[in-house]
Design a protein around this ligand. Sequence first.
Ligand SMILES: [Zn+2]
Length: 205
Amino acid sequence: MTPMGTIKATIHVPARTGRGFAVDRGDLVRITDLQGAQPVDFWAFNRDNVTEYLSCEHTKPSIERLYPRRGDAAYTNHRRPIVRMLEDNSPGQHDMQFAACDRYRYLELGAKLPHASCTDNLHLALDGLDIRVGFTPQPWNLFTNFFLNPDGSFTVKAPETKPGDNIILRAEMDAYIIVSACPQDMNATCGGVPTDIQVEVGRPA
Ligand SMILES: [Zn+2]
């Protein structure tokens, strides 16, 4: 297990909400699913130029997989690593196929508005960092149980993560990171009940 040395910050993220924070190159970010079966929408932006951001569609050709696993980086739209997965203490399901949930998705599923969404959580967190990004990049959907079937269809099941499952990422550049504890309660994505997550930011031991 990658040793987390000095912990610089511990960030509790209540169910259905998001948080944003800055990291320095080399920082470790541990993201923990506290109660299990909770997906985390994850975004990262270059701190010096937020038009460079983690891009799922640019990551996939670089790693030649549908999503990163331990040792792989996630890449920006400038095809540079922005975070790398050093440890994966989870079933290893980290989808890169889906847009973030948004108010329109909840309307489509028959919810009554207002309904919290990862898209709104992203922009609220960016506002809190005094950053304006006029679009919503596709998030990296951590702990999301996407399964591609041989006929090209896919299935999203409840996550298989157990309480305390976690991943450790290393920042490969100075970045802003946003996480959202997905509020999806209209299908199996969050196992039915959205729950809290925790983020720790530290330096290597
Ligand atoms: Zn969501």
